[in-house]
Design a protein around this ligand. Sequence first.
Ligand code: GDD
Ligand code: MN
Length: 374
Amino acid sequence: MKIVIVIPTYNEAKNIGRLIDVVGEEFKKMPQHSFSVLVIDDSSPDGTAKIVEEKSKQLSFVHLLVRKEKNGLGVAYTHGFKYAMQELGADVLIEMDGDFQHDPKDIVRLVAEIDNGYDYVIGSRFCKGGGIPRQWELKRRLFSKLGNLVSKIILGVKGVNDFTTGYKASRVKGFVDTIDLNNILSKGFAYKMDLLYKMHKAGAKIKEIPIQFGLRDEGSSKMEKNNLLDSLKVVLLLRLKDKDTQKFLKFCAVGFVGLITDAGLANIFRITILSSKNAPLLSGFIAMMVTFLLNNFWSFNEFKIKGIGSKFLYFIVYCVSSCVPIVFRAYFVGFCVNKFGNSFIVFNIAFFIGIVVGLVWNFLVYSKIIWRKK
Ligand code: GDD
Ligand code: MN
């Protein structure tokens, strides 16, 4: 396989030359693969590019891309990825920092898991065996951990504990090459979460391996001040744009339309053609039909039910399953009122819990049974 180590640099003149040498030594441990190092430098004023250029004259595996100005880590990496895929024919891309915070010895371990069939290997600081520098102040530790916890809760990618790590290996074919690198959600450090989530959505088999994140050898960090807010923005955008979230929001909107239809029609029928007892019966039935059709042609239109026979059959399933939470709610409210007293608070809390259970139940039945890939 062709493996390209992509290293973005900004003012790493004191590190990059040595790093290239050390990384080059690691390559010799894996003669079955062919390696390149691609440095993307944003015209660092300290002359980083010059050093890399000299290196590339001695070592054929070294490549350099110079960008006109400093545009952020996300922009540098996506530019580097495209170059590595198109010009260097990369099968695997490895993201790595240019300041020795990532131990070059870990390259062998990253590649080994790609060889084992994983598509996305994450060097994780927050799993068993991984770690961050002991010297880090409490604030930085807390930020790093908290940021990852928030990402984990909102994005919930199974088996991933480090969403922002800068050390990882990605398989190109079927994965990175399916991602639109021209439309990443952040120009800065938060691009990492975007790529991670998109790799996950592309169906990548993900493996976390523990890494010890070291201290920078020379120079200083280029992390932007707005990184925290930018990351939060990316995480929320990813969640909102997600297909399942969209489905759920549409499902809720349809439920609301159903409620209005039901209440509106019940009142109209009551004062026109029906008794107060029968009006809600007919309005309820019509509301069911309306929501079924709206869900079919809008919320879950990806798996639209075709044909009148199937529609009829699934409509019955829809009606029956929708009754389950209503009946459950009645019993649940009755139980709570008996147990904790028949007060306004108890009744309404129990009622509200019943509604939430109903939402979850209905969404699961609709998305997993009625409108699923058949
Ligand atoms: N070309 C380019 N352009 N390179 C950049 C830019 C940029 O705008 N910003 C940073 N870099 C380079 C640095 O020169 C370094 O090689 C690498 O990207 C990482 O940047 P650092 O400034 O050393 O980041 P850090 O150590 O503070 O942040 C680390 O932790 C983050 C999350 O906790 C890195 O590992 C990040 O990758 C990681 O996301
Ligand atoms: Mn660093």
